[in-house]
Design a protein around this ligand. Structure first.
Ligand code: MRU
Length: 344
């Protein structure tokens, strides 16, 4: 049974603290939207779909925790919370998507009394959360068809249950192939600087008894060039109209390596990650993270103090390197401009 990344009960959002994994499995209780914004920003919860779900519950809390009796003020405060939640992780399309779902719903129910609005916003967030697992499972069933018996799959970052409401996207495809008896194995990139691969993906695969080896990021080329990788699957934080994709920093190198070594490079992403209003990868905002994610590991300084650091959280993989995009509605191939539009 995959782990519960987040759940909402008695007007509280419980978020599994991914900063403490794999050592401790502890939940953080968020009782207002400001706390939700904090856990997203600090990456206690991360992964584009999971961030979106947390933000949706953040909107439910923005309504729930208000004392305001004046309707206009009540609605304004919710919209303000949405604006601040949106700014927490600027690359994650699912965050914008989930907030849009909540605000569109609010627009439909705004004439009801304040208490009804509170109930209906919580219901909407719960619905988005439930649907996320179903979407992941559908996506995994489509993606699994691309996987051959005994495939050795390389993945980057964490795209599992921890990055979603459950099951996962790229890791969901692996999970599904394993469940159907294909003897797959995984090469897990550790994913510097935040180590989502080493801390989170390795933990999930171990829990599920799916065979894997952990490697450091700079080993990927070595294994790919030796013919020890059959395909690469990663998730995405944003897929644009032409198929260009933002994903965890280090993804672009893998896509180039895949092309050079003639192995397929797949992106697994739900439709909520695809924004056809964004034309190309160069239009995506890339989040810059704090310097200490590079200069420190687990609280220990590994670089001199006072140095300059660059820490972009994501890079862009041009669509030409992407063999296919796996979604809950099926597998999309080139030309992405035409085929992604048809899907949305
Ligand atoms: O910075 P993170 O850990 O939020 O980045 C996560 C990724 O890049 C994932 O690959 C992406 O969000 C897809 S998760 C299903």
């Amino acid at each position: 049974m995959p782990v519960k990344t987040l759940f909402y009960r008695n007007h509280t959002l419980y978020v599994l603290d991914q900063l403490q994994l794999p050592q401790r499995k502890k939940y953080i209780a968020c009782r207002d939207w400001q706390q939700v914004a904090q856990v997203i920003k600090k990456m206690n919860i991360r992964g584009a779909p999971a961030i979106g779900l947390a933000a949706a519950f953040g909107i439910a809390l923005a309504a729930e925790t208000q004392e305001a009796r004046d309707k206009r003020r009540f609605l304004d405060q919710i919209r303000k919370a949405a604006g601040e939640l949106k700014a927490t992780r600027p690359t994650a399309t699912n965050l914008i998507w989930a907030l849009r779902q909540m605000l569109d719903h609010l627009a439909k129910i705004k004439d009801q009394d304040i208490n009804s609005i509170k109930v209906l916003l919580e219901k909407k967030a719960q619905q988005i959360w439930h649907e996320d697992v179903l979407i992941n499972k559908k996506l995994a069933v489509h993606g699994e068809k691309l996987i051959h018996r005994k495939d050795r799959i390389l993945t980057h970052c964490n795209t599992g249950a921890l990055a979603t409401a459950g099951y996962g996207t790229a890791l969901g495809v692996v999970r599904e192939a394993h469940k159907r008896g294909k003897q797959v194995s995984v090469l897990v990139d550790e994913t510097r600087p935040y180590l989502q691969g080493a801390r989170l993906t390795a933990w999930e695969l171990k829990e599920e008894n799916i065979p894997f080896h952990l490697i450091s990021d700079n080993m990927a080329g070595h294994f790919i060039s030796r013919g020890e990788v059959d395909c690469i699957i990663t998730g995405a934080d944003c897929v644009t109209a032409n198929g260009d994709t933002a994903n965890k920093i280090g993804t672009y190198i893998l896509a180039v390596l895949a092309k050079e070594n003639k192995i397929p490079f797949y992106i697994a992403a739900p439709l909520s990650t695809i924004d056809t209003h964004i034309k190309t990868g160069s239009d995506i905002t890339i989040e810059e993270r704090p310097a200490d994610e590079i200069t420190m590991i687990a609280g220990i300084r590994i670089a001199p103090e006072g140095i300059k650091v660059k820490n972009p959280a994501f890079d862009i993989t041009p669509h030409k390197y992407i063999t296919a995009i796996i979604t809950e509605k099926g597998i999309v191939k080139k030309p992405y401009l035409k085929n992604l539009k048809k899907l949305k």
